[in-house]
Design a protein around this ligand. Structure first.
Ligand SMILES: *Cc1c(COP(=O)(O)O)cnc(C)c1O
Length: 401
């Protein structure tokens, strides 16, 4: 008979098998226990046929990975601690000293910070291309170009590029394409099947997704994923992922698994309210421009229509306005401060509506010709009643007037 403390650790009770519930179980581990030395030696951590160590996954993370493959139309998936970590994993896996990476000028800001503040020190150069001009991308591809980032719609200014044209150029030049698919989220369009009715499939090579946004939907979890449809490419990422030790917590995985079933419903609800508010904003004289891909006249609207026609025409929960140049910075700040339901805060796709004023001139290499001059304010539309949100905006506009 062993001691009580030992028994508390090595307990004889095993619960009956066959437990089935709507939510998958949560398996947490650093250590994974092997039955024999032989089993320990022969375990293969690279495929998902078994378990080796918590960093390489548990049944819980494997389930989320497979569900995300279904969401994005991919075959392999890796989980990382944030959306930004997904972007950095792609860069660190695929680029080496002497290589060049191209980013759209409307990239997610921290991706620009990554190439400027980190990759540059390791001898990896970058250029920014005009996302609305495929010829500009074509002209910038050189023999050192190893990766092209894509975003649809672009961050903050929400221009919708001709994604097909950009992908075709990269394919012809044999350069890998990575899409930041946070906005489309696997619902607005299929990143690996941009022409769903054509075969062979035409799509991006990698999709990076900030699960922090729609898949979480709660504003309380940070996570990212990188999905692929190519085993060799996945392996390159997986090796870097392992060497860098990019694990995720299973409680966070559980939270995403819990939110995933309602994701499409939430996406649609956010989307419907956003269109109502974007359309309303378009008729307010203080806003000289409203940026929202579903709005006719918004930059790239026709490309959005072409690509997203295969789905319900998803257009996410973001729209930006350009406030007339005559308003000072203090006035636009006062407009944002006057909002009560739209809270000041980063991120999006959670239940709470958010607002952020941006200094566009400091974010772009040049002021885009298709954006009117003025101050940009970006709204993330939450799940509140749209009438209340519109009243909140109307009230803040009265403060501005
Ligand atoms: C939020 C966001 C990210 C980064 O996600 P985090 O989890 O906040 O690091 C990346 N790309 C886009 C387009 C995003 O909106």
């Amino acid at each position: 008979m062993s001691h009580q403390v030992t028994e508390l650790i090595h307990h004889a009770y095993v619960p009956p098998e066959g437990f089935v519930a709507p939510q998958p179980g949560v398996f947490k581990a650093s250590t994974v226990i092997f039955p024999t030395v032989a089993a320990m030696r022969s375990r293969e951590w690279k495929d998902k046929s078994a378990y080796t160590y918590g960093l390489h996954g548990t049944p819980t993370s494997y389930q989320l990975e497979e569900r995300l493959c279904t969401l994005e139309g991919a075959l392999q998936c890796l989980l990382v601690p944030s959306g930004l970590a997904a972007l950095s994993l792609v860069a660190l896996s695929l680029l080496k000293s002497g290589d060049e990476v191209l980013l759209p000028d409307n990239s997610y800001g921290p991706n620009k910070a990554l190439v400027e503040g980190e990759l540059m020190h390791w001898g990896i150069t970058h250029q920014y291309y005009d996302p609305m001009d495929p010829q500009d991308l074509e002209a910038q591809i050189c023999s050192r170009t190893k990766l092209v980032w894509l975003e649809a719609a672009g961050s903050v200014t929400l221009e919708f590029p001709d994604l097909l044209a950009l992908v075709r150029i990269c394919k012809a030049r044999k350069v890998l394409t990575a899409l930041d698919n946070t906005w489309g989220a696997g619902l607005a369009f299929k990143p690996f099947d941009l022409l769903p009715n054509e075969s062979p499939a035409l799509g991006v090579d990698l999709s990076a997704h900030a699960l922090t946004k729609y898949p979480s939907g709660g504003g309380d979890v940070l996570m990212g994923s990188v999905t692929t449809r190519d085993a060799g490419l996945h392996l390159r990422l997986k090796l870097t992922h392992m060497r860098l030790g990019l694990g995720v917590g299973m409680n966070d995985v559980e939270a995403i698994l819990r939110s995933l079933p309602s994701m499409a419903l939430r996406y649609r609800a956010h989307d419907e309210s956003t269109r109502v508010l974007a359309l309303w904003a378009d008729s307010q004289p203080e806003f000289v421009q409203v940026l929202h891909p579903a709005l006719p006249g918004s930059p790239g609207h026709a490309h959005w229509k072409d690509l997203c026609v295969h789905t319900f025409g998803g257009a996410a929960c973001l729209f930006s306005v350009i406030l007339d140049e005559r308003f000072s910075r203090d006035q636009t700040d006062a407009f944002c401060d006057a909002l009560k339901l739209f809270k000041l805060g980063y991120s999006w796709a959670g239940p709470i509506s958010l607002v952020v004023p941006y200094e566009l001139q400091s974010m772009r290499t040049v002021w885009p010709a298709h954006i009117e001059k003025g101050t940009l304010v970006r709204f993330s539309v939450g799940l509140e009643a749209v009438q209340d949100l519109q009243l909140d905006l109307e009230h803040a506009l009265r403060v501005l007037r």
